[in-house]
Ligand binder design. Sequence first.
Ligand code: FE2
Ligand code: ZN
Length: 462
Amino acid sequence: MTLKCEWTQYLGPGSSPGGHQLTDWLTGVQPLDMCALRLINGSFGLGTRFLAPSSVRLVRKTLYGSQPSADTGTNVTSCGQQLEVHHSRWPHCLHFTYTWLRDHCRCPQCYDHKTYQRKYEISNIPLGIRPVAVKATEKELKVKWPDGHESGYEYKFLWQNTFEGQQTSYRMPQLPWTTATLPEAHQTTASFKNLTYGFILDKYCTVPLGDLCDPEKGGVKRLIYAIVKHGFAFISEVPADIESTRTAIEKVCNIKNTFFGDMWSMKGTNYEHFDSAYSTAYIGAHTDSTYFTQACRIQVFHCLQPATEGGENLLVDGFSIAKQFRDKHPKGYAFLSSEAIPSEYIEDGQHQVSLDTIFKHNPVTRNIKQFRYNIYDRAPLSSLPMEKTQDFYTHFSNLSKIINNPKNEYWLKLNPGTVLLTDNWRLMHGRANFTGARFMCGCYLDNDDFCSKARVLEVQLE
Ligand SMILES: [Fe+2]
Ligand SMILES: [Zn+2]
């Protein structure tokens, strides 16, 4: 940074370049009378807030403003308890409070770069801290603190780690769909009974197992990308047995162990668990594990042997449902986004309970983050005072009507060799009733593990 100002006198700790051109450190951060400076300078240029007006005469107006300086592309202006930083590669300027800057020092004393953990006690940082000097070099913003501590911040770090910078960051789009807007290869007007193995495969949503195993082919990233974008994806060419399914899924991330085990399987009507899934009956669209305080994130299905008749799988996009419901019933959407509903799972030795809303949102962006809907696992409605229950039934039944609208139902027939992965925080699944020895296996992936893998592979999640 070059500060092209001349001052007749400079009063500030640590430096006294009176009458000299300041080209380097901005020193002497002290409380100021901004109005008086404005009279002298006519603008809030760099340095004006750093200098006491009674002791300063501005000889030449600061050249700092909204234009980056040619040499570093960075302009820094002090504004009260903040620094305003313009960087040529940022779409807009950012403001940093001094406390934020001190808290985000990444020097080895403050931050362990091996463990990626902070190393200091926050209460030791004075809340009114102000730097004694600020300097913008080509690589970083440098700040000197009153105790002599020096901090350096790469511009990329500053942009990526502030709320304001995050607002313009790219996020992988999650595209809500109905059967009419599914990617082309998924569109069909045919009866679900006519769907075939080949029909459900397309290059956007299907990754062959070989591509998952070879890091060069980037199969895991493509798979995660598709799951984030559409809420589901397929792995093809997987041998039709439980162990091969496990091996394939472990290429993505660790399998979550629940009371169903790590891999579950259901053959015909083997009642390994007394859950409706372990029957031959129709099951309407729902999300799984609403009875866990954190529902499983990814649901994996591999049909090892299809039913003789029926047993087609149903997918419904919960984010699309949320949008349709919010547009049609805004009061209902607000109700089901704020009132917690209990869910439970009971069997011998298990009583899982969770109390949560049907629509959950990112606490910062307010965008929908999770859709939780399972009519089978609803517990007795003890979370609402009786006078609110009628409202609940009205809204819940309106929601249910939208979910059951055939335009939202994507039916597909799974066959041995193709593993389906769905985002259980977004997509609902169900199945048609069936006859015969339909043999399914699958597993769950945990939200934290799945998102961690996505971040490691640089899929930009919200
Ligand atoms: Fe399920
Ligand atoms: Zn430090």
